[in-house]
Design a protein around this ligand. Structure first.
Ligand code: FE2
Length: 175
């Protein structure tokens, strides 16, 4: 279950899913919670995972024009895990929406709204779905657990290459 932490200019923690959804939606970010249509095991294949969430995933993909979906599974033993972490740890944008559904594990999305100077972070966990609009300044951290199993959807593989802002904004907030 997600936890939203407002970091700047006010500090506040929000745990109620309806309040989180309303806060995120108010800032242009889609946030939902999905349930699997069948029980999943740690060893389940990508195909089984996609099947378990097809009832939510398929309508979403059709509505928003997505072509493909996959499942990433990153954990402490994944080769080059620090390099993978570092890739998205600096503030960046993408040229298409960043869509993630957390099947298991966790990750922190940090958001920075340059105009209002707001900074907030969202801990995403099992059952949390998020779509960060293209061009939105954000960064992402795997730490401290280093375990993310997530469904990604794409229009193009190139779309979610990180375009770094080089603002250094993340330095105040990262572990
Ligand atoms: Fe990103």
């Amino acid at each position: 279950m997600a936890v939203l932490s407002l970091l700047d200019p006010i500090q506040k923690e929000i745990t109620d899913p309806a309040d989180i959804k309303s806060y995120m939606n108010g800032r242009g970010i889609i946030f939902e919670q999905w349930e699997a249509s069948m029980p999943l095991k740690d060893s389940d294949s990508q195909e089984t995972i996609l099947k378990a969430y097809e009832h939510e995933l398929k309508p979403y993909m059709e509505k928003h024009g997505y072509q493909s979906a996959d499942v990433i599974n990153v954990h402490k033993e994944t080769p080059n895990i620090e390099a993978i972490r570092n890739k998205f740890l600096s503030e960046h944008t993408h040229s298409e929406d960043e869509v993630r559904f957390f099947v298991d594990g966790e990750g922190y999305f940090f958001f920075h709204l340059p105009e209002s100077r707001e900074v907030f972070k969202l801990l995403c966990e099992k059952g949390d779905f998020i779509s960060v609009p293209k061009g939105y300044t954000h960064w992402f951290d795997l730490a401290p657990r280093y375990f993310v199993k997530a469904i990604r959807v794409f229009q193009t593989q190139e779309g979610w290459v990180a375009n770094y802002t080089n603002s250094g904004k993340e330095q105040k907030y990262n572990l």
